[in-house]
Design a protein around this ligand. Sequence first.
Ligand SMILES: Nc1ncnc2c1ncn2[C@@H]1O[C@H](COP(=O)(O)OP(=O)(O)OP(=O)(O)O)[C@@H](O)[C@H]1O
Length: 525
Amino acid sequence: MNNIAKEYYGTRVLKGVDLCVKPGEIHALLGENGAGKSTLMNILFGMSVIHSTGGFEGDVLIDNEITHVKSPIEAMELGIGMVHQEFMLIPGYSITENIKLNREINKDNFINKFLGSKLKILDFKNMSKDARAALDTVGMDVDEWVKVAGLPVGYMQFIEIARELDKKNLKIIVFDEPTAVLTESEASRLLKAMKKIADSGIAILFITHRLEEVMEVADNITILRDGELVAKVKKQDTNPLELAELMVGRKIDGILNNTTSSIQNKSTILSIKNLTVHMPGEEVKGVNLDIKEGEILGIGGLAGQGKIGIANGVMGLYPASGEVYLKERELKLGDPKEALKNNLAFVSEDRRGTGLLLDSSIELNIVITAMHNQRKYIKNYGPFTQIKSKEIREYSLKMIKDLDIRCTGPTQITRRLSGGNQQKVCIARALTLEPTILFISEPTRGIDVGAKKLVLETLVKLNKELGMTIVMTSSELSELRSICNRIAIVTEGKIQGILKPDDSDANYGLMMAGNKLETLSKGVE
Ligand SMILES: Nc1ncnc2c1ncn2[C@@H]1O[C@H](COP(=O)(O)OP(=O)(O)OP(=O)(O)O)[C@@H](O)[C@H]1O
């Protein structure tokens, strides 16, 4: 891609960017939230958001030929593939049917010989063979005829990749934060699969915020900042700190280490008893957990083991049974309004379900739930209500600064923000409720290294200054260990045990693999 420039509604978001990827290379594309990575990829894929907003300048060359891709279908025909962050699989279909969707193999039979090709039947044997080959490349040994519904979320990513690999003309494949939903072991399997794919001559464009992964697999790295190309480096000539500094344009200090205060004398604020939650792929099967007032409790564990289901169950988003007590009051399960009424707030792990009002301003999105549920920022004069616009503006500006939301200002509509910045608006919206307990899942998913620290710092600040109890679910152990007082590990839908943030890596590994470590972490519970 040569000298690419793009404007959205008068704002330049790409300014003369070059990106060159060779066959068989793993090329990392890095940049802060809003740096322009997705926009560059949208140009490569010929997405309509680009054409409908005035197109772009510069040239895209594929195999040295200027090729302006007009649509995603054309991109696919040209051998450009994409592994979506939001899985696009059909749950009721088997793995093979998903891999071969729209590229089914047919065979002749007695009837179609006479009545035409429309009556050909599916050639299951050859479809199976192709699916198996693609699954083997990504190192997935699950049966290829198993239904996708109910498989752990970690598997979905591998099926998406297998589907791309099965397209025989694939030349370049874009991985957009592929490990964000994976656990550490799954992520390392994915990185291995990426190397194997690259070895077969397919180029990989790797977008990630995890710099250690870049150091592990990338050959070359392109870094964008504010829509400009700031550096092209070879992996062997750099290190994660330098990459982080190139991305944000300033010195970065290490991940914060919260000096966790003792929770021993604290009383229980939320008591969960025998909770079961029917969340597909994240079933909770009898969780007992006491959450202490004013603590930051981490919930960790491998994908598909149920850690994600706990907050979703308590907040009433999935059918649940068992008992949950807020102090002495029993909460009605299965009703999201009940949770909000009791001043519990939730930042979901599900990016698609974040429910932003995409055509409304950042400031309205930040305050809307608090306005509706708590009558905050509203003044009543008899039958009339007035919105406190000045206070909303001031508060939004503070949130924009605290969470480093990259935008043109509080009135910008959220649709025009990058994915990571939309995430930050969701976090700000939950914080505005000043909840008694904040459930926050995967708080830094999709958020760049610089802003990650800010988000975690904001959580610590709210915990310390307002005494907010926080329950944070994350697949990043380092993140849990950096700010939590205690970390509950979930395996097979139950709490396997509770660890201290400074317990050894080996103990974390053992517990996540399902071992009971009774003698560990005395005094933690
Ligand atoms: N549809 C749109 N309309 C207007 N502006 C947009 C649109 N999509 C993106 N932008 C703007 O373009 C800039 C680059 O955004 P982009 O999504 O490319 O960033 P990114 O590097 O992919 O970020 P992230 O890591 O958060 O996904 C941002 O300033 C964003 O606000």
